[in-house]
Design a protein around this ligand. Structure first.
Ligand code: ZN
Length: 131
């Protein structure tokens, strides 16, 4: 898992962009005067939670789907079977993945592979074998 320092360093370059997106979202959702008078704070919270969920799930999907598309070019340490490090056979079609993460549901398509020795199919993005 990435350390907090490492995470901050990867987010820092886009911090200004994210702040601009937040400003733009408030403009688009509420207009130039912001939250209409009389709106309850819980209503604002609900809108923000919905936006956050969309952003989160789209980022999960984009990051994982793009990684899956580079499957055949993955570096050497990630090429073997996660169980025995032996050779694996690619399977023809990507399969839909659906994983519950700490920040929401991740959905993407990923090619899986098979190890004859372990008699296990697995997804290259996972450290542990499974099916
Ligand atoms: Zn194996």
């Amino acid at each position: 898992m990435a350390s907090k320092k490492k995470v901050s360093a990867s987010v820092e370059p886009v911090q200004g962009y994210v702040e601009g997106v937040a400003k733009s979202l408030v403009d688009r959702i509420y207009g130039p005067n912001g939250l209409p008078w009389g709106t309850r704070l819980t209503e604002l919270e609900d809108v923000i939670l919905a936006v956050r969920q969309t952003l989160t799930e789209e980022m999960l999907k984009q990051a994982l789907q793009r990684q899956a598309q580079t499957n055949s070019d993955r570096p050497e340490p990630y090429r073997g079977c996660p169980g025995c490090q032996g050779p694996v056979e690619p399977r023809p079609d990507p399969e839909p993945r659906n994983v519950q993460t700490r920040v929401g549901e991740a959905e993407w398509d990923e090619p899986n592979e098979y190890c004859r020795k372990c008699r296990q199919a697995f997804f290259p993005s996972e450290q542990e074998s499974g099916d």
